[in-house]
Design a protein around this ligand. Structure first.
Ligand code: AMP
Ligand code: MN
Ligand code: MN
Length: 328
């Protein structure tokens, strides 16, 4: 089965009697960008499209066109084609994704995670792409669909946010060429940066203030932890941390960075980052999660100290020669 079957996916679109597009839970800019870029393009072609993600679009991404049409729950679904975007595993698409899988006869898996499990009937998986939004871009080009502003803005947002502003190691000349094409309809790169990176709620800095005393540096591994109590004191939901892991990775001494987040249910979510060539995707997969070589995550059993005792030795191996690999 080919991992990039644009022809098969396009045929499935032609046959579809209603399309449901979903993405991963706790969606980031690429999740919502690829969801809306694809959804808006197909809807403009007269397709019957429903976009959904558990909990809806986070407040920080509601500036994107048609974000208000994304459903947070599903009732009375009219679709026989499910498209999952930016999700490496079927479990990542949450409740709405599970409903879609139970209901739809065909599943398209559109993604760029190196850890993608190859789920679904038709795969559009490009691990070399820096964002799922780029995969959508390539598919729209195959379909000869126009890049209207309502399509280009979400896709450029996905591309900009997943590359941390074109700063990740998987940015190639081709990535910038796509960005250039996405700007052609009059989309401002500055506006997107202003609405994403430069739009940090003060509460996130309060959270950093609260949790940075937990910071440690040991043999190239920088770590911090967020207790449920810390998020509550800062007035944030669990998971909203302003990309603290990337802040930790930016330190000169860091090869690998990790944030341990205590969840309400007692489990611990891990958010890991690395500098090339150190690879955290392998550690994430070994722990039942996934991601990219330089940004990966997993959810494991708590409490916090048990999670630290389990994960830090693996990260020390990853940061000290044990499992260095090249590329995303
Ligand atoms: P985060 O640290 O949450 O920004 O996630 C970094 C990368 O790892 C993203 O590509 C996520 O999609 C992926 N990721 C995070 N948590 C998980 C998980 N539990 N399972 C699979 N992939 C994950
Ligand atoms: Mn994502
Ligand atoms: Mn992505």
């Amino acid at each position: 089965m080919p991992m990039i079957d644009f022809a098969g996916a396009s045929e499935a679109l032609g046959r579809a009697d209603g399309i449901l597009i979903v993405t991963h839970v706790e969606p980031d800019g690429d999740a919502i960008g690829s969801l809306l870029g694809l959804g808006n393009a197909l809807r403009a072609q007269g397709q019957d499209v429903t976009c959904a993600v558990d909990g809806g679009v986070p407040p920080g991404l509601q500036f994107l066109p048609c974000a208000d049409q994304v459903l947070s729950t599903l009732a009375g679904l009219q679709a026989d084609l499910l498209i999952c975007v930016d999700a490496s595993r079927p479990e990542r698409v949450g409740q709405v994704g599970a409903q879609g899988m139970a209901h739809c006869s065909t599943v398209i898996n559109l993604d760029h995670h190196v850890s993608n499990t190859g789920f679904g009937d038709i795969q559009l998986v490009m691990p070399e792409a820096a964002s799922a939004s780029e995969v959508v871009f390539h598919w729209l080009r195959c379909l000869s669909l126009p890049l209207s502003p309502d399509v280009a803005r979400p896709l450029l947002t996905g591309l900009v946010t997943d590359t941390l502003g074109f700063r990740t190691s998987n940015v190639r000349a081709g990535t910038l060429r796509i960005a250039l094409e996405l700007m052609e309809p009059g989309i401002s790169l500055h506006d997107i940066v202003a609405q994403t990176f430069d739009c940090r709620p003060f509460a996130e800095l309060r959270l950093w203030q609260q949790v940075l005393p937990s910071l440690t540096l040991d043999r190239g591994v920088v770590a911090a932890q967020i207790r449920v109590e810390d998020s509550r004191l800062a007035g944030l939901e669990a998971g909203e941390d302003g990309d603290l892991p990337s802040l930790l990775r930016s330190t000169a001494e860091a090869r690998v960075a990790v944030v341990f987040r205590e969840l309400e249910d007692g489990n611990v979510s891990l958010s890991m980052r690395s500098k090339p060539p150190w690879d955290v995707a392998r550690v994430a997969v070994a722990l039942g999660g996934g991601g990219h070589a330089q940004a990966a995550g997993a959810t494991i059993a708590g409490p916090l100290q048990a999670a630290r005792d389990r994960v830090l030795p693996l990260l020390h191996v990853a940061a000290n020669g044990g499992s260095a690999t090249a590329g995303p």
